[in-house]
Design a protein around this ligand. Structure first.
Ligand code: FMN
Ligand code: 173
Length: 379
């Protein structure tokens, strides 16, 4: 009866999961996963923005059933909580992205696979689908996994990533637009952070090709140096021409950029500042959300998602009330993966989802469309 500390069920909050995971990894890995850039104003501001809102709950509503289903890019999802793309899952757990994909596929959670995965996008796709099929999920066939693209100077490499993602049945292409160069994460510089030997960016390099021989810090630093800092709105059209996958732009925080995205024909945008890892002093995502939603208007046909600092079900509630269709979580997934592999990722998803149900129940919101702007007041 008494093995209290290391049972997955003893983890009650995302905070518990993070606390445990941080004891399990080398310092330089914890630093890489946790850090924001420079003074980390934005990493903290993302969390602080949630604290500025309070929920004006409604009473005497029938909340004996609470329905968290949402439509994202025309697809029905059981929950508005999605998995943000994060690099290097094998640093967190030996099974890496495969464990994440099994937890996501098994629970029907939308998983955005990173360009910088340590498992190939084909392998992630197959693992996700197999988990979905054995769970009897409706998500088999790719619509519930998306692929995140970094645009590289090497157009041929970029195009081949897009073509591989399409061939593997990914349901959307998420183009990250906040990383023309890498943000300066001071701890990574001081730790000379890099991928250990034997771990590699499986989508970008084959084992044994030249870059594998270079030292680990070099390998990590080289990655962002290969991003195309000259990429513009104009070039987006060429990516559209390469694929039939709907496009989602990740990293938008301005109303005018959101309008430009809509005019470029994208299906969705993610209000994101990369978890405070890119431009420090960037606006917190929850603070940026209302202006983006207002600019696009209700019938825009562009789904607005948000990430950055979502750690509680009430955070999800607040983002939805301010107009997000769904949210994504980054670091909490990595901590869950570290702590218990597939079961840890599943636990994090379960914690956030049940907290959201609990918040909706107590707030008198039996369905997502009841989570409206008037549910919030400024603290
Ligand atoms: C360790 C780590 C790696 C990340 N790698 C990527 C990536 O490869 N591609 C990308 O678009 N965003 C990446 N991000 C940003 C996340 O997609 C997301 O925007 C951010 O983590 C959300 O904030 P949260 O961690 O506070 O939930 C990464 C974030 C972290 C923390
Ligand atoms: O760490 C990150 O946030 C990330 O997205 C990234 C970008 C380029 C190289 C390595 C990681």
């Amino acid at each position: 009866m008494t093995e209290p500390t290391l049972e997955v069920s003893s983890l009650l909050t995302v905070r518990d999961v993070e606390r445990l995971a941080r004891t399990m990894l080398p310092k330089s890995t914890v630093d890489y996963f946790r850090s924001g850039s420079d003074a980390e104003y934005t990493r903290r501001a993302n969390r602080g923005a949630f604290r500025k809102w309070a929920i004006a709950y409604r009473v005497l509503v029938d909340v004996s059933r609470v329905d968290t289903r949402v439509r994202v890019l025309g697809q029905e999802l059981a929950s508005p909580i999605l998995i943000a793309p994060t690099a290097y899952h094998r640093l967190a757990h030996p099974e890496g992205e495969r464990a994440t994909a099994r937890a996501a596929g098994g629970s029907g959670t939308l998983y955005v696979a990173s360009t910088l995965a340590t498992t190939s996008l084909e392998d992630i796709a197959a693992t996700y689908d197999a988990a979905g099929a054995s769970a009897g999920g409706a998500s088999v066939g790719g619509a519930s996994r998306w692929f995140q693209l970094y645009v590289h100077k090497d157009r041929g490499l970029t195009r081949s990533l897009v073509e591989r993602a399409e061939a593997s049945g990914y349901g959307a292409l998420v183009v990250t637009v906040d990383t023309p160069v890498l943000g300066r994460r001071l701890r990574d510089v001081r730790n000379a952070f890099g991928l250990p030997d034997g771990m590699h960016m499986a989508n970008l390099f084959a084992p044994g090709d030249g870059i594998e021989a270079k030292d680990p810090a070099f390998r990590h630093a080289q990655i962002a140096a290969r991003h195309d800092a000259s990429f513009t709105w104009h070039d987006l059209a060429s990516i559209r021409a390469w694929t039939r996958m709907p496009l989602v732009l990740k990293g938008i925080v301005r109303a005018d950029d959101a309008l430009r995205a809509r005019d470029s024909g994208v299906a969705g945008i993610i209000v994101s500042n990369h978890g405070g890892r890119q431009l420090d002093s960037a606006v917190a995502t929850l603070d940026a959300l209302p202006s983006v939603v207002e600019a696009l208007g209700a019938q825009a046909g562009v789904d607005v998602l948000l990430d950055g600092g979502v750690r509680w079900g009430t955070d999800v509630f607040k983002a939805l009330a301010l107009g997000a269709r769904a949210v994504l979580v980054g670091r909490p997934i990595v901590w869950g993966l570290t702590a218990f592999g597939e079961a840890g990722v599943a636990r994090v998803l379960d914690i956030l989802r049940s907290e959201l149900v609990h918040a909706m129940t107590l707030a008198g919101c039996p369905a997502i469309d009841a989570v409206t702007r008037d549910m919030l007041v400024r603290r």
